[in-house]
Design a protein around this ligand. Structure first.
Ligand SMILES: [Zn+2]
Length: 126
């Protein structure tokens, strides 16, 4: 079952899935960089959603066309999970190992450690 956006309006829940160029867009997103839109203009991140399989989804709006797109974010890699586990063991700050966003401190969501920046689960809350 899909976990919905935190909104009362299901009509705005989804965008057009981005497939072509998704890798380059993800890279730019992780760096908090400029996201060029397929329709011209740029893509502005609206929302981040966590999926039940541990991956994430980013909803984006095109500045030129106001079309909405969604970008699938791959699940955490073994190396990323290990990095978060090590930070947990050291008792340090738990930051998203992937994103450079200023709001990348991992949050506890239902026992998981989730990046608010990308929606990806990186481990279990202790
Ligand atoms: Zn992240």
């Amino acid at each position: 079952m899909p976990s919905g956006w935190h909104t009362q309006d299901p009509a705005s829940a989804d965008g057009i899935p981005l497939k072509k160029g998704a890798k380059a867009l993800l890279k730019a997103y992780y760096r908090s960089g400029h996201l060029p839109s397929p329709m011209g203009g740029f893509l502005e991140p609206l929302r981040v959603r966590s999926e039940s399989d541990g991956s994430g989804t980013i909803l984006l709006e095109c500045s030129a066309s106001s079309l909405r797109y969604q970008l699938a974010v791959p699940k955490a890699t073994r190396a990323e999970k290990t990095a978060v586990k090590e930070a947990q063991a050291e008792g340090g700050a738990l930051d998203c190992p992937r994103c450079e966003s200023p709001t990348h401190r991992l949050r506890r969501v239902e026992g998981h450690l989730v990046g608010p920046c990308c929606g990806v689960r990186f481990g279990r809350a202790l």
